[in-house]
Write a protein that binds this ligand. Structure first.
Ligand SMILES: C[S@@+](CC[C@H](N)C(=O)[O-])C[C@H]1O[C@@H](n2cnc3c(N)ncnc32)[C@H](O)[C@@H]1O
Length: 209
């Protein structure tokens, strides 16, 4: 399959993106801060994460993907929102890098397989998994992750803790990540992240099988 550069993105068959497209169209995107999470920057700057094939799931307008591309990673981003990916493409061009962007629904395993992305050594997710409807869709997300992340690869996850909030995404239960991913991933880091005012966890998982 041909590679796709930042002037074009590959489209999957996703539907159900209307909420996200609307948010990006009208600019109600408080999460879109324009820079990657501090934890990621520390891991890259310290040399813990070295340039490799990386995929950001739910990449939005591409800040994390563009940062990794600037650091020499073979960086990919995927999002269900065509509007977000169009903005990511524009931003990448203005920053002089050419990461690969895809429009697809990560809870649709068949669609992810059809993209023929190959294997990644690093997968990141800042705020996508915690937005996905609890239950079967989160299991399907895990199945897509298993399709793209190689054994021994890192999965970095930032997600809101579930709580009594009357706004925003559902978040994740106290041990939900461990229970969904635990059979084939080791949780090597789980701590609070300060990148949001709402209580948020930062996880590093390593795929064990
Ligand atoms: C809270 S935003 C975070 C965006 C980006 N990671 C950031 O930090 O700016 C969640 C993102 O996940 C995307 N998303 C939601 N459900 C998705 C799905 N099933 N597959 C792929 N992307 C999805 C949304 O379009 C949105 O861009």
């Amino acid at each position: 399959m041909d590679s796709v550069d930042s002037r074009e993105s590959r489209r999957g068959t996703s539907s159900g993106s209307s909420f996200w497209d609307y948010a990006y169209e009208v600019g109600i995107t408080p999460w879109d801060v324009g820079y990657p999470p501090t934890e990621l920057v520390s891991l890259v700057e310290s040399g813990f994460l070295r340039p490799c094939r990386s995929l950001d799931v739910g990449c939005g307008t591409g800040s994390l993907v563009i940062y990794l591309a600037e650091k020499g990673f073979d960086a990919y981003g995927l999002d269900i929102s065509r509007v977000a990916i169009d903005k990511a493409l524009e931003k990448a061009v203005s920053r002089g890098v050419s990461p690969n962007f895809y429009v697809a629904d990560f809870t649709n395993v068949g669609e992810v397989i059809g993209l023929d992305l190959g294997e990644f050594e690093l997968v990141t997710d800042v705020g996508c998994f915690h937005s996905i409807r609890p239950g079967l869709d989160r299991v399907k997300y895990r199945d897509s992750l298993n399709h793209v992340l190689r054994v021994g690869g890192y999965f970095l996850l930032w997600c809101f803790e579930k709580g009594n909030y009357n706004w925003g995404p559902p978040g994740v239960g106290a041990n939900e990540v461990e229970s969904i991913f635990g059979s084939s991933y080791d949780v090597v880091v789980k701590r609070s992240s300060s990148i949001s005012s709402r209580r948020m966890f930062f996880y590093i998982l390593v795929r064990s099988k």
